[in-house]
Design a protein around this ligand. Structure first.
Ligand SMILES: [Mg+2]
Length: 380
């Protein structure tokens, strides 16, 4: 006997602009983060169920949280209310027609719809995307604290706990300091750690080749985005010159960017961020191209909280080509507060993929209100 999924007409959209304190300053080539981070939470009500989503733009990278709030509250709301949440692709096409860009806001709506559909069908989002290919995802932690001694101390606690992947943010404090930090990490941990290097666009094409020769001596697993986003020709020259894989992050937002990266052989791997490409279905299309071209995937993030990372976790669980791990550490190591009733567990350096329906997390209006500073909210 077949069981129909109940009608999932979206009756109500609630949106919150929230701000959370962070545990430490983060220095990154593209911009610094200090004291607090802002993000936008979305709740869709349909058929007696509630689905959650999150938009976490970063102003130096993709846009502002305030713009995402306005996009959801003013522009996307009328296109969403009354629509069936289970027609996710049709709804996304509709959103693209009413508003250009705003990938993060559209991703938040997509997440909430897939959460609803998962709950209605009894399936996790990973199952809706084709099923899990992994139950755990290797976790990478970024070394980006201006207080490097504090980061080394963190590593001394994290490595014995099973963490092996560390990404050093370089290009901010100068080349000599970068070499000192990389040397100190290799001296303390040898080859027990899998070291990655991320410049966040900090180098100029003029200097990049010589600087990367020096850092390459520390045997990184990959070097991420050494030069600014438009310099694909320099990325291609670097990718050709080094055996160490080159990873495109800022140079690869979406499938259109990736087509260009592939055509120019401008990278060996890509950082997939659902905030950049605009959702899990768009991310699936991106990985289709990457898989076909033989590029490896890494699951990057912006300053995302537990809801967005739950979506990322479900997505990566279903994407075989994302073989380089994820950086879904924010709620465990950086955010002092988050909105989930319980965080997604980390075990021995791995993110454990929830297997319950939808996003596999529990959120409530109370857990939002009690765990963040609400700057603005709207519902209707
Ligand atoms: Mg990056």
């Amino acid at each position: 006997m077949s069981r129909a999924v109940p009608a999932l007409t979206i009756e109500r959209l609630s949106v919150w602009l929230v701000e959370s304190p962070i545990a430490m300053t983060r220095l990154q080539g593209v911009g610094h983060v200090k004291d607090t981070v802002k993000r936008v939470l979305v709740r869709l009500d349909a058929g007696g169920l509630t689905g959650w989503g999150e938009a976490a733009p970063w102003e130096v990278f993709t846009g502002t949280a305030e713009a995402a709030f306005a996009a959801l509250d003013r522009y996307l709301r009328p296109a969403v209310i009354g629509q069936p949440a289970n027609h996710v692709r049709a709804l996304l096409r509709r959103l693209d027609k009413v508003m250009v860009g705003h990938a993060e806001a559209k991703f938040a709506i997509e997440t909430a719809c897939l959460d609803l559909l998962g709950q209605a069908s009894g399936l996790s989002i990973a199952e809706l995307l084709g099923g899990r290919v992994r139950d755990e995802i290797p976790l990478s932690f970024s070394i980006a604290d201006p207080d490097f001694a504090a980061d080394l101390e963190r590593m001394h606690a994290m490595v014995p706990a099973g963490n092996r992947l560390f990404k050093v943010k370089t290009g901010v404090l100068g080349h000599v300091e970068d070499l000192r930090r990389l040397g100190a990490i290799r001296a303390a941990f040898g080859d027990t750690v899998d070291l990655r290097i991320d410049y966040n666009q900090a180098l100029t094409p003029f200097e990049a080749m010589r600087i990367l020769r020096d850092v390459d001596a520390f045997r990184p697993t990959f070097i991420e985005q050494p030069v600014p986003r438009p310099h694909l020709d320099t990325m291609a020259a670097l990718a050709a010159a080094f055996d160490t894989p080159l990873l495109a992050d800022e140079s690869c937002f979406d499938a259109t960017d990736l087509m260009r990266v592939v055509a120019m052989r401008a990278a060996d791997a890509i950082s997939v961020k659902l905030m950049k490409c605009g959702g899990m279905l768009a991310g699936q299309a991106l990985m289709g191209i990457a898989d076909t071209a033989g590029l490896a995937g890494y699951a990057g993030t912006l300053y995302e909280g537990g809801i967005a990372l739950a979506a990322g976790t479900q997505f990566v669980a279903a994407m075989p080509g994302i073989s380089l791990g994820c950086e879904f550490y924010m709620p465990h190591h950086v955010l002092l507060e988050d909105v989930l009733e319980a965080r997604i567990p980390h075990r021995a350096g791995m993110v454990v993929v929830p297997q319950t329906p939808g996003l596999g997390i529990r959120v409530s209006d109370a857990s939002v209100r009690n765990n963040t500073r609400v700057l603005a909210e709207a519902a209707g």
